[in-house]
Design a protein around this ligand. Structure first.
Ligand SMILES: C[S@@+](CC[C@H](N)C(=O)[O-])C[C@H]1O[C@@H](n2cnc3c(N)ncnc32)[C@H](O)[C@@H]1O
Length: 208
């Protein structure tokens, strides 16, 4: 193991959320970010249709599926994911998945689009930020084409160049937009979560 990866490994195994995830049998430490947000905003609701984008290894879907039995979850990732009860897993790039949805007339009645998608991080900001925004744009399109009027979008973003413009687009399409930094999100990371609720009737892009 190289110096850098052994440093990462040490901080990973000593991380309180990694320890808790192992103890409680969650598939990822990321589960605690969704759990904290859900406990505050009650996003996972009875009878809801949920789309989990960038779902692997499955912590978020696992949390939703354990919280309520009467919900439908569709979960998408490039990587394979082990089965979770009540979760319809689709192994696909989200851009191909979005095309398929469009061809099939879209779902229309999704109550929650939740996206923890992140590109492979290179550590080079000028590459990582645009890659993240590109994914976030795709998630936004999927959300406005498939959410019900009272639907919500929860998405991970990186703070930096381009993020303010992205937020402006979201604010012109949703009634309420909040930025959230859950405790399990590392303080030295640019990661932040955005929760947008109540889709406005007509999707608008900036400049329209
Ligand atoms: C941080 S992980 C998600 C963790 C997950 N929320 C959990 O709790 O287990 C981000 C995921 O995004 C996926 N991803 C990245 N780009 C993608 C793309 N274009 N289409 C589908 N999935 C993608 C990665 O494969 C990775 O599994």
């Amino acid at each position: 193991m190289g110096k850098k990866s052994s440093k990462w490994y040490k901080s990973h195994i000593n991380d309180e959320f990694v320890k808790l995830a192992n103890k409680e049998n969650w598939r990822s430490r990321a589960v605690f970010k969704l759990k904290e947000i859900d406990e505050k905003y009650n996003l996972i609701r009875e009878n809801s249709n949920i789309l989990d984008l960038g779902c692997a290894p499955g912590g978020w879907s696992q949390y939703a599926s354990q919280k309520l039995k009467n919900i439908n979850i569709t979960a998408v990732d490039l990587l394979d994911m082990e089965k979770i009860p009540n979760v319809n897993f689709v192994q696909s790039d989200i851009s191909d998945f979005a095309e398929k949805l469009e061809k099939n007339g879209n779902f229309k009645k999704i109550d929650l689009v939740m996206s923890d998608i992140a590109p492979n991080i290179s550590g080079i900001e000028s590459a990582d930020l645009p890659a993240m925004l590109n994914l976030a744009d795709m998630v936004f399109d999927i959300a406005i084409n498939n959410l019900s009027e009272s639907g919500s979008l929860l998405i991970k973003l990186f703070q930096g160049k381009g993020t303010d413009d992205y937020l402006k687009d979201v604010k012109s399409n949703f009634e309420k937009v909040k930025l959230i930094k859950p405790k399990a999100s590392k303080s030295n990371s640019r990661e932040i979560y955005m929760l947008a609720t109540n889709l406005k009737n007509k999707p608008k892009m900036q400049g329209q």
